[in-house]
Design a protein around this ligand. Structure first.
Ligand code: FAD
Length: 432
């Protein structure tokens, strides 16, 4: 949708074709029993001026809801207890998130030589090489499962964290690089953690409002894309089986790459690149929502939530303190907790029976945050294929997409599997 909006701003006429009954894809919010549940993204982390400017220009930012300042505080689990992550150097020294030896190893980072991996290094290798094994186990591992529902051993550094890869090349040390960039650049805007009063699907709704309404089609599945020489013919069908045709100068596909094979691509050059474009890894993930009285939890839930390192051998990946993060997520006197289960670490658990999942979550939450009784509200949202991972296959996809665009005038591919999964990555993504 943001690509459509940018094209419109450049003066193009746009047509948006969506197979489901609503725009927004995985941005889905729902009210249930007085709780506001976000099934896809829960937060939009606004760090770049560019993303902020685009959202401002789209007229979306004025509707956004800032997170509670308490959400700055984040926890990890260490020795089966929540430990808050440091926010500055003095709390780094006092925090028990790493052992004294682990902290010392981390502080040696500026003395570690540059690596030489030609874009092939995994995130796990990079973190343990530069920051030490303990930082990998207690920071890298939980952080990667929190963002990607994956393991640092699977992800490619250059695809997952291009800024870190660049920084090592440019400055050798991350700490030196961060210091130099902080002092040389003009002050970046303060990071804002955002959602919307009625949930994240309002992001899509507010973008949609500013697109030409008569050119937005829902319940229309694209079935074929044909190169007709001077342009493109896109065919779609609705649930009643009626076929529509759209003639256009350019086609931009932002559908999930593994669904590209559902479309017949006629007369396109370099068909052989389509198979690499569809190469993607994702793991199943279940999001478990618990609503419960405040007094039934011993922890005061004063933060964003917590992440669980694999070393701790628990069933859950982490939990968001959703009703601390944003207002109006739970009825008065109640709290809403959103727990992530499965991912690469425990794919089978993500697909288990509801009762088995609830039991596992209840057991971990009673141990970690002192949940004293069963929640009065429970709900599960399952994603069979959750996040398209920035592993080595992402390089293949990007190369294939570039080849296809080079060979076929006016054909482009975008979407989270190519741009990177975070919402700012998707919003900022540029096609030629
Ligand atoms: C569980 C989960 C939690 C997340 N949490 C966060 C978070 O907290 N913060 C964050 O920044 N990001 C988060 N993300 C990532 C982010 O939400 C996604 O990367 C992003 O929303 C994906 O957008 P997209 O447009 O690329 O794909 P999608 O949202 O998948 O949209 C693709 C669209 O294509 C349509 N489509 C498919 N086939 C056809 C066809 N043949 N014809 C027409 N239309 C078709 C689909 O119906 C769908 O609407 C999360 C993702 C998930 C899954």
């Amino acid at each position: 949708m943001s690509t459509a909006w940018k094209k419109m701003r450049q003066g193009h006429e746009i047509t948006l074709i969506e197979s489901s009954p609503r725009f927004g894809g995985v941005l889905q919010s729902e009210q249930r029993n007085g709780y506001l549940l976000d099934y896809g993204a829960n937060t939009l982390s606004l760090r770049n001026q560019e993303t902020s400017d685009i959202l401002e220009d789209m007229g979306v930012l004025k509707y956004a809801l800032d997170a509670n300042p308490k959400a700055n505080k984040r926890f990890i689990v260490r020795n089966q207890k929540l430990v808050s992550l440091p926010l500055n150097f003095s709390s780094f020294l006092s925090s028990s998130f790493l052992s004294p030896l682990g902290k010392l190893r981390l502080l040696l980072e500026p003395f570690i030589p540059r690596g030489n991996h030609d874009g092939m290094e995994t995130v796990a290798s990079f973190i343990s090489r530069r920051l030490g094994k303990e930082a990998l186990d207690y920071c890298g591992n939980p952080f990667i499962s929190g963002i990607y529902a994956s393991d640092p051993e699977t992800l490619n550094l250059a695809n997952a964290f291009p800024a870190l890869s660049r920084m090592e090349k440019q400055y050798r040390s991350l700490l030196v690089g961060m210091f130099k960039e902080k002092s040389s650049k003009k002050k970046p805007p303060k990071t804002r953690l955002l959602s919307f009063p009625e949930g994240m699907n309002q992001l899509a709704y507010h973008i949609q409002k500013n697109l030409p309404q008569d050119q937005l089609y829902t319940n229309e599945s694209v079935t074929s894309v044909t190169n007709i020489g001077q342009g493109w013919k896109v065919k779609s069908h609705n649930q009643a089986g009626n076929i529509s045709e759209f003639l256009c100068d350019e086609v931009i596909s932002t559908i999930p790459v593994d669904q590209i094979s559902n479309i017949i691509w006629n007369n396109i050059k370099g068909q052989e690149h389509l198979s690499n474009l569809m190469e993607v890894t994702h793991f199943p993930l279940s999001m478990v929502f618990f609503g419960i009285g405040k007094e039934e939890i011993s922890h005061n839930l004063d933060g964003f939530g917590f992440l669980v390192p694999e070393k701790e051998k628990l069933s859950i990946l982490g939990t968001l303190f959703s009703s601390t993060l944003f207002e109006n997520r739970a009825p008065h006197g109640k709290v809403l907790l959103t727990t992530f289960v499965g991912g690469e670490r425990m794919p089978k658990l993500a697909l288990a029976e509801d009762e088995q999942i609830y039991k596992a979550v209840e057991k971990d939450l009673s141990k970690l945050i002192g949940m004293k009784k069963k929640p009065s509200f429970k709900h599960i949202k399952r994603w069979k294929q959750s996040i398209p991972l920035p592993d080595q296959k992402m390089s293949l996809r990007i190369k294939a997409s570039k080849e296809l665009s080079f060979l076929n005038n006016g054909l482009y591919f975008s979407g989270s599997a190519l741009s990177g999964v975070s919402l700012p990555n998707c919003i900022d993504a540029d096609i030629a």
